[in-house]
Write a protein that binds this ligand. Structure first.
Ligand code: BO1
Ligand code: ZN
Length: 268
């Protein structure tokens, strides 16, 4: 079931093997900022809050379509805002990017793409017993999304960039020794948009409360190039593709219709 990608078996074909990809609550979407409803009653009475201990980030993985950091959710915490009183734990975080700095994000804002998008993936521990169980439920997952813009070097992202050469090929994994603090990858302003959506990769489960920060973070062009150096195939195997040396690039799903879903906003 690993037979999907962003090229030949790209987003247009996912529905053939993953029927949930054809649903009416899919992600990403284009955020039409004019359509966002400021909802102070339900979003601001309980602010969105998170806590990530220093040693939550455990392993850096190349699954062949992005980089991902697998976490020990113990002691991690996300609650409030659209999640209300439910408590979510951090499962993993990962990134999407382009082949050039002009595209790469999954969500777009008024039609504009960013150079990349970071996803912090959490699951509802108040209602469910495992990530897999939560991933099947409409209120099971919460993803914090952060847009990446090209600018100055990001110090916390640099710790990840420095480790990526050790997982340059598919299925490679390294233990994280120098702690990486995912809260340092979040912008310094808490304003966000929120809507109900899905996983943006197969199986595209409609189980995600999306929270997208309005403020982007800056990463350098060089840091994005290090992401673009990851390979889609295992070490020692022949590069299966004739293009781009099998580089992991353009690993984003294009926006799908918001339809009649509510888009809410909180803060500037
Ligand atoms: S994302 O944040 O929407 N891009 C996203 C996409 C997929 C996952 C997490 C976040 N995780 C997936 C796993 C699959 C698993 C699925 C349901 O969750 O990668 O292996 O089948 O549990
Ligand atoms: Zn993602």
């Amino acid at each position: 079931r690993d037979d999907w990608d962003y090229m030949r078996n790209g987003p247009d074909t996912w529905v053939d093997k993953f029927p949930m990809a054809a649903g009416s609550r899919q992600s990403p979407v284009n955020i039409e900022t004019d359509r966002a409803e400021s909802d102070h009653e339900s979003l601001s009475t309980k602010p969105l809050r998170w806590k990530y201990p220093a040693y939550a980030s455990r392993k850096l993985v190349n699954p062949g379509y992005c980089w991902r950091i697998d976490c020990d959710g113990e002691g991690t915490f996300l609650s409030g805002g659209p999640l209300m009183d439910d408590i979510y734990k951090l499962e993993q975080y990962h990134c999407h990017w382009g082949c050039s700095d002009s595209r790469g994000s999954e969500h777009t804002v008024d039609g504009q793409a960013f150079a990349g998008e970071l996803h912090l993936v959490h699951w509802n521990t108040t209602k469910y017993r495992t990530f897999a169980e939560a991933a099947k439920a409409p209120d099971g997952l919460a993803v914090l999304g952060v847009f990446l813009k090209v600018g100055k070097t990001h110090e916390e992202m640099e710790k990840i960039a420095r480790m990526l050469p050790y997982v340059s090929h598919k299925d490679e994994v390294v233990d994280i020794v120098d702690p990486i603090d995912p809260s340092k990858l979040l912008p310094d302003d808490n304003g966000y948009w929120t809507y109900l959506g899905s996983l943006t990769t197969p199986p595209c489960n409609e189980s995600v409360t999306w929270v997208l920060f309005k403020k982007f973070i800056e990463v350098s062009h060089h840091q994005l190039n290090i992401f673009r150096n990851l390979r889609k195939f295992p070490r020692g195997e022949e590069c299966p593709c004739h293009e781009n040396h099998g580089a992991v690039i353009n690993n984003f799903r294009p926006p799908l219709p918001l339809g009649n879903r509510q888009l809410r906003e909180c803060g500037s």
